[in-house]
Design a protein around this ligand. Structure first.
Ligand code: ADP
Ligand code: MG
Length: 371
């Protein structure tokens, strides 16, 4: 299994905790560190409240020595932190080179399969996103997890990119504190913590992330293009989807977006891939463009079709339930959704995106361009 992420994001912090949990439940853990000294790791362990019982720390970078030790110790889990620091002496390239990283991973993978010992390797992603190594490793390992976070935010997402033996839809949400990466028990609440109740260009969407329902805030800003072609920027939503929604808003709902720059943002650094977020994106854009507030206490969910119709989404009841739990009063949903138990939240249905915009925005001042 590969855990990849930018330097300093918290891979070693997370894995030291994992090592501790496994050592307590299933037996010894070998932690190979090529980056930090035993003393540095001990300091971190103290900070995290990890006793170190059952964890064998090996400050080593030569792969032959590492595999020799693993053979001898036969642990319940082995952690190699990081794959960029280990090297195989037969290859004459430097540690961290593509050839080394690939060769070392293949050997560790073979050892893991033959011994039955799970091996976790960490890999650094470089700033430009091309992982100096890990991307070329994705096809070798059984599972790839990315630890991600926005700069200046303490929140970290552990996202599954590939999994040969299970779902890739799960996300873990953590907060970096001095005691380590602490699981966030109520992500929806955290994601909406800084949101103003009635804001222009901001819509809350009950999205599905694996087995969880998360309330996420989608923000949009439209601004007249000052020069050249209008620009569209999608942070956290699919760019193609944004173009499609913009086209539907222009052609079916009468919004003149052809001379507007559009920026869409998902707050908290989340990415939403599902079409169920379409209505939220569209409503946020319409709200910003018309400078009209979204009805306070409203969440919106629905897929937008090319004729401007709203389409049903999966697991509506779960989504509505999460919105009700967090105190939202009203849920804007497609008319075709079928009947569901609404648990104290008002369901407002709309057949088309045009109708949904009328229902979802508070007051609408028609802009000069539109009139
Ligand atoms: N005393 C501390 N209090 C809070 N956070 C800390 C402390 N020390 C380190 N950190 C956090 O831990 C991060 C380093 O995590 P680390 O697990 O070493 O990352 P990686 O292994 O991915 O490079 C730092 O960027 C910082 O955010
Ligand atoms: Mg590290």
């Amino acid at each position: 299994m590969l855990i990849a992420g930018e330097p300093g994001i918290g891979k070693s912090t997370l894995l030291l905790r994992v090592a501790d949990l496994v050592a307590r439940q299933s037996g010894r853990v070998v932690y190979v560190s090529g980056e930090e000294t035993a003393r540095q790791i001990k300091l971190r362990a103290e900070r995290l409240g990890v006793s170190g019982d059952g964890i064998f720390l090996i400050p080593e970078t030569a792969l032959d020595v590492i595999i020799g030790q693993l053979e001898e110790l036969r642990p319940a889990l082995a952690v190699i932190d990081s794959i960029q620091t280990v090297y195989q002496s037969e290859l004459d390239t430097a540690p961290g080179s593509i050839a080394q990283v690939r060769e070392c991973t293949v050997r560790l993978m073979r050892w893991a399969k033959q011994s039955g010992v799970p091996v976790i390797i960490t890999g650094h992603v470089t700033k430009d996103g091309s992982i100096a190594g890990p991307r070329v490793l994705e096809h070798i390992v059984d599972a790839v997890l990315y630890l991600e976070g926005e700069p200046f935010s303490a929140y970290r997402l552990l996202r599954c990119n590939k999994n040969r033996f299970g779902s890739t839809n799960e996300v873990g949400i953590f907060e970096m504190k001095s005691a380590g990466l602490i699981e966030v028990a109520d992500p929806s609440q955290v994601l909406l913590a800084r949101r103003e109740a009635a804001a222009v260009g901001s819509v809350v969407v009950p999205a599905l992330e694996g087995s969880r329902t998360l309330l996420v805030e989608i923000q949009a800003l439209t601004n007249p293009t000052s020069f050249g072609l209008p620009r569209r920027t999608a942070n956290g939503v699919d760019f193609g989807r944004l173009l499609m929604i913009t086209a539907v808003l222009s052609r079916r709902c009468g919004l003149k977006l052809g001379n507007q720059d559009i920026i869409v943002n998902v707050t908290g650094g989340l990415r939403i891939g599902e079409p169920a977020a379409d209505l939220g994106i569209a409503l946020a854009i319409a709200s910003s463009y018309r400078d009209a507030e979204v009805i306070p206490g409203l969440v919106a969910v629905g897929e937008v079709g090319l004729s401007g119709e709203l389409r049903a989404v999966s697991q509506l009841e779960r989504r509505v339930g999460e919105a009700a739990r967090l105190g939202f009063e009203c849920c804007l949903v497609p008319e075709v959704g079928g009947t569901i138990k609404s648990r104290g939240i008002k369901l407002v249905t709309a057949a088309s995106l045009k109708a949904a915009i009328t229902q979802g925005l508070r007051r609408q001042r028609a802009t000069a361009q539109e009139a």
